[in-house]
Design a protein around this ligand. Structure first.
Ligand code: FAD
Length: 466
């Protein structure tokens, strides 16, 4: 198949397009560069053109035209994904969702929105109009879109109470367009949601989302310090287990992370302070303070409801999840990270094993989450990168210890996930994208049925560097 780029571009000339080479380049890139390996493999990747639909009809038209001219299509929300999810490996068309961003309906317990809606704007509108907020948001809520979160994200601020994004009940309904000669409009609920959620837009384009809401609060942001990392990890997990205390975030940052990389926190900590970042509901503050007073060595350094610091640190959630890595990268470009699952009931024990094995080479950053009703940790440790071989070895050693790694140094769904293909996503791709034009190169199972994951997958259709 040879794409006819010029014909597709001309046929879509009545829909807004980003024409300048610099805009095309920037809209072809996401946060893949967190990984030194993805940086090496994907830095040259670029779309041929960028088109910005404002409605579902325009999305359908783009898909129809690109199908007719064999042009690959990669959707882009805000391009904040870390796994190279939105990188158009084969070039072609990037559909930018910035103009397709309305909040459509707000009801008790749920909201319906267009996919390009920026999460912070969506949250603001539901709060103002109904006193409700999204159950969970990525720490990139200020820029990321709700469609990108559902197609590429996994959870975040709120997951300590509500679990992962793909857990049953955290997405209610998705409207999806197929990439066929005559694109179809499908509505997915229940079991069908797994076909397209966290599928990187490889098998359909989401044009409407319906997600649940929770009561909104003026969350109190807090930093609590400990001299002992293990005590801090236990404290964060135990706090999440307090049934009567409502929290939205519990992050643990091993020393000396806060002192080295959190600029506005630095004057208030020493290099041996491990920090816990928290969001607590205002009506839970009495319970929270009583709980914290029981912990020897816990010191409340900052609380947003009674601030004493000369310089406001900003939202505590913007220190958590993958913002921790971003802050470290600003000081030490050789830092990279991993995504680790420390499952219940071994979570505390596994973290200690990993610390003993790697010491300062792998500094612990934990996010407390709920998984099947049990408190556990999502780890986003900071790794000092030396060589590719050592990075692979660090991944292997984690796996040998019993940790699951969602490898952020790979660009395919399978390698960034459970090292196995998702049959539901593959089956739906066969049905919805017969020419294999949607975000090509991201689903190994579409290209190869015999892949054994012993080495990184190299997509043969990747556009060559010029
Ligand atoms: P994009 O990066 O633009 O797209 C993500 C994927 O979704 C791509 O494969 C894209 O093709 C696909 N896609 C986008 N829109 C559609 C659509 N309408 N239909 C079909 N496919 C579509 N992730 C978390 O889960 N939790 C976090 O807390 C978190 N924190 C982060 C912190 C930092 C500093 C950074 C850099 C990243 C973080 N991420 C996190 C990753 C990312 O920010 C989120 O997943 C975010 O929700 C992605 O939204 P986006 O609009 O930027 O999506």
């Amino acid at each position: 198949m040879t794409p006819n780029i010029a014909a597709a571009k001309t046929a879509l000339s009545h829909i807004e397009q980003d024409e300048s080479p610099s805009a095309i380049r920037s809209k072809s890139r996401d946060f893949f560069w967190y990984s030194p390996l993805l940086k090496k493999w994907l830095d040259h990747v670029e779309a041929d053109f960028v088109v910005c639909p404002a409605s579902e009809d325009e999305v359908i038209e783009i898909l129809k035209v690109c199908y007719a001219h064999d042009v690959p299509v990669t959707v882009r929300g805000s391009g904040t994904g870390n796994y190279g999810q939105a990188m158009p490996l084969a070039g072609g068309c990037v559909i930018h969702m910035k103009n397709f961003a309305k909040v459509k309906e707000i009801h008790p317990g749920r909201v319906i929105a267009e996919p390009g809606c920026v999460i912070r704007d969506l949250d603001r509108e539901t709060k103002e109009k109904s006193g409700q907020e999204l159950r969970m948001t990525p720490s990139t809520a200020a820029t990321a879109t709700i469609g990108g979160f559902i197609a590429g994200g996994s959870g975040g601020v709120g997951s300590v109470t509500w679990g992962a994004l793909r857990d049953l009940g955290n997405i209610i309904r998705l409207r999806v367009i197929t990439m066929e000669e005559e694109p179809r409009i499908l509505e997915f609920r229940g079991e069908e949601l797994a076909r397209v959620s966290h599928a990187y837009g490889t098998n359909g384009i989401i044009t409407e989302v319906e997600v649940p809401l929770a009561p909104a609060y003026d969350w109190v942001d807090l930093f609590v310090s400990f001299k002992d990392f293990s005590a801090a990890a236990r404290y964060a997990a135990d706090l999440a287990n307090q049934d009567g205390i409502l929290i939205k975030l519990a992050s643990v940052y091993e020393a000396p992370m806060a002192h080295s990389y959190f600029q506005r926190v630095k004057p208030h900590v020493t290099p041996d302070d491990t920090l816990v970042g928290l969001m607590v509901a205002p009506h839970s503050m009495d319970g929270f303070e009583t709980f914290t007073a029981r912990w020897e060595g816990a010191e409340i350094l900052y609380r947003s409801d009674a601030p004493t610091w000369e310089r406001d640190p900003g939202p505590v959630f913007e220190f958590g999840w993958n913002h921790t890595t971003l802050r470290a990268l600003k000081f030490r470009p050789e830092i990279t990270y991993l995504q680790v699952r420390y499952g219940f009931p071994q979570h505390l024990e596994l973290v200690e094993k990993v610390r003993e094995t790697f010491g300062q080479e792998v500094l612990q950053h934990l996010e407390v989450m709920r998984e099947n009703g049990k408190v556990m940790f999502a780890g986003l440790p900071l790794v000092t990168f030396t060589t590719e071989e050592r990075l692979e070895e660090i991944v292997r050693l984690h796996e040998e210890m019993g940790c699951m790694i969602f490898n952020p140094h790979r660009y395919t769904l399978e390698e960034g996930g459970r090292q196995a293909h998702d049959q539901r996503q593959l089956d739906f791709k066969r049905e919805a994208d017969p020419k294999g034009l949607l975000n090509p190169g991201k689903m190994i199972a579409w290209d190869r049925s015999d892949w054994d994951y012993s080495k990184p997958y190299e997509y043969p259709g990747m556009k060559a560097a010029e």
